[in-house]
Design a protein around this ligand. Structure first.
Ligand SMILES: Cc1cc2nc3c(=O)[nH]c(=O)nc-3n(C[C@H](O)[C@H](O)[C@H](O)COP(=O)(O)OP(=O)(O)OC[C@H]3O[C@@H](n4cnc5c(N)ncnc54)[C@H](O)[C@@H]3O)c2cc1C
Length: 500
């Protein structure tokens, strides 16, 4: 690259030619757009169009989506992670007990994996489809059984070890010509372009000058790594988890609260194979038993901090007994279920193809390690700034009671990839605030809807007073037998229907 071509004038000239050509031949656009952007900042091995900080499930999904779309596959993408990533590592051996960190991925997330060519790898490893979900309350007899048949689907989702999801995505990443893994390397600091640091400052400047300024077409951001390297980026994506360093370096504030609970995860062996996601709401929090294939199941038990610590350290046999007690014993006086007896008989309600209440399998053994994580709700006040977008837990962390956390993140990755593709196809700057705000508007609405639903459920089931417990059980009964309502809830939880 010659110094002449790296001048702003040359960059503008190339962009103009690109825009003209786009009108005639949009198929040429991705390559041309990349060339004009690279020339305007100066090329070199450390210049990227997109730097994704965090190669976890959500960051890796975004990079795969960019690498597999014809519109964005020519973009130079760096994925930076503090931990070493080996895309050539063998898949976990399915004959061994599953790892304790698993995700229940929705059909919508499965579609993303299919689109980026990563689902076949997941299918070649252990994954447990589930076709039924049963939710019930320890303080009453109300329950809901959801069946995939109710929504004309064969499965409600798949339970997959996080390490399998990651391995599938990292394999696809390594196959993308323009995607580079930069790891292990932590982000130490980020320099944002001076003129684009604060959009509100820019608004004030525009107003005080009494004239419109062109929106930022300045230099990109510079991402400084712990290794001493610096990466130039048109767009920095913070996919670095709930304690996002990128979010704090951008000065973005969060709102949220701690639930005063920990989520304990464990692997257990049950007395029979099953394909149901079981969840019982206890006075201390929900306990989920998720199928993991064969006789293995995964436990996600949200409970008080002291109880979680005790569960974490008790012997395997005591833990198995504690799970069985929690899934079967009565934990409060059982109010009579006033409606469940006659609701099934009302033909206009539609009934349920999942049938009546089923007892869950019994745990015969706990295996491997146990761990617990503090549970909180965290929401970033903004997801975007000029040259910055947050996705996944960096933008929002939710209670795991409905297994939605990473699925919301996959939705972010899909939406941001689509907005970047739109920017490329129309010759816009992919770090431009106006473009990124389209991503924010779409995902903020979707995420807020789900966050409100999950937080509401958490509070509803936490309340133990008799009137609330009675109303709650009545509500569960109604959902169980009101087929249209049930279908809406299922479609929403499966990621197949947006919140309204
Ligand atoms: C007990 C429990 C059970 C759960 N069960 C489910 C479930 O069933 N279904 C579901 O959808 N969700 C579930 N979740 C939520 C889910 O685990 C998270 O939403 C998901 O892991 C978020 O993915 P992420 O890629 O956004 O962030 P992370 O998984 O946290 O990944 C962040 C990545 O960024 C890297 N990183 C961090 N800081 C830096 C830095 N400074 N520089 C470079 N790299 C950095 C990290 O190494 C990591 O690889 C559960 C959560 C808990 C606690």
């Amino acid at each position: 690259m010659t110094p002449l071509l790296s001048t702003p004038a040359a960059g503008r000239c190339l962009r103009t030619i690109g825009t003209l050509l786009h009108n005639q031949q949009s198929a040429l656009m991705p390559q041309l757009w990349t060339a004009s952007r690279a020339l305007s900042t100066g090329t070199g091995q450390d210049q990227y169009d997109v730097v994704v900080v965090g190669g976890g499930m959500v960051g890796a999904a975004l990079a795969c989506a960019l690498g597999s779309s014809p519109m964005t596959s020519a973009l130079r993408v760096a994925v930076v992670d503090g931990q070493a990533i080996d895309p050539a590592a063998p898949l976990p051996d399915a004959s061994e007990a599953p790892e304790i960190r698993v995700s229940a991925v929705t059909p919508s997330s499965v579609n993303l994996f299919r689109d980026v060519g990563a689902w076949s790898t997941v299918q070649s490893a252990r994954n447990a489809p589930f076709d039924t979900m049963q939710v019930w309350d320890s303080a009453g007899q109300g329950f809901v059984r959801y069946s995939a048949h109710d929504v004309d689907a064969s499965v409600l989702g798949h339970v997959v070890e996080n390490r399998v999801l990651l391995a599938a995505l990292h394999r696809r990443l390594s196959e993308s010509e323009n995607t580079h893994l930069v790891c292990p390397a932590k982000v130490d600091s980020i320099t944002w372009p001076e003129s684009e640091v604060s959009e509100s400052d820019a608004d004030v400047r525009r107003e005080s000058n009494g004239q419109a300024e062109a929106s930022g077409q300045g230099a990109g951001a510079s991402v400084h790594l712990s290794t001493g390297k610096t990466l130039g980026a048109r767009l920095v994506v913070g996919a670095d988890g709930g304690r996002s360093r990128v979010r704090s370096l951008a000065g973005l504030r969060t709102v949220g609260w701690q639930y005063g609970q920990r989520g304990l995860v464990a692997t257990v062996v049950t007395d029979r194979e099953h394909s149901t996601a079981w969840q019982r709401f206890l006075p201390t929090g929900p306990l989920a038993l998720l199928p993991m294939g064969g006789h293995y199941s995964n436990i996600v038990w949200s409970t008080t901090e002291s109880h979680a610590r005790a569960l974490e350290s008790m012997p395997h046999s005591d833990f198995a007994a504690a799970v069985n007690r929690a899934l079967s014993e009565e934990h409060a006086p059982q109010p009579p279920s006033s409606v469940s007896s006659f609701l099934p008989a009302l033909p206009f309600l539609g009934g349920s193809s999942a049938g009546g209440f089923q007892p869950p399998p019994r745990v015969v053994e706990a295996v491997g390690r146990r761990a617990s994580f503090p549970l909180s709700l965290v929401h970033s006040g903004k997801y975007v700034q000029p040259r910055l977008a947050l996705i996944g837990d960096a933008a929002h962390s939710v209670h795991p009671l409905a297994g939605q956390g990473v699925n919301l993140g996959f939705g972010d990755a899909q939406a941001l990839a689509a907005v970047i593709a739109k920017g490329v196809s129309t010759g816009r700057d992919i770090g431009e605030l106006g473009l990124l705000e389209e991503y924010e508007a779409e995902r903020r609405a979707a995420n807020l809807g789900m966050m409100a639903a999950l937080d509401g459920l958490q509070r509803l089931f936490h309340a133990q007073s008799a009137p609330v417990a009675l109303a709650r059980n009545l509500g569960l009964d109604l959902v169980q037998w009101l087929t249209p309502v049930k279908k809406r809830i299922m479609s929403y939880a499966m990621g197949m229907e947006p919140v309204r």
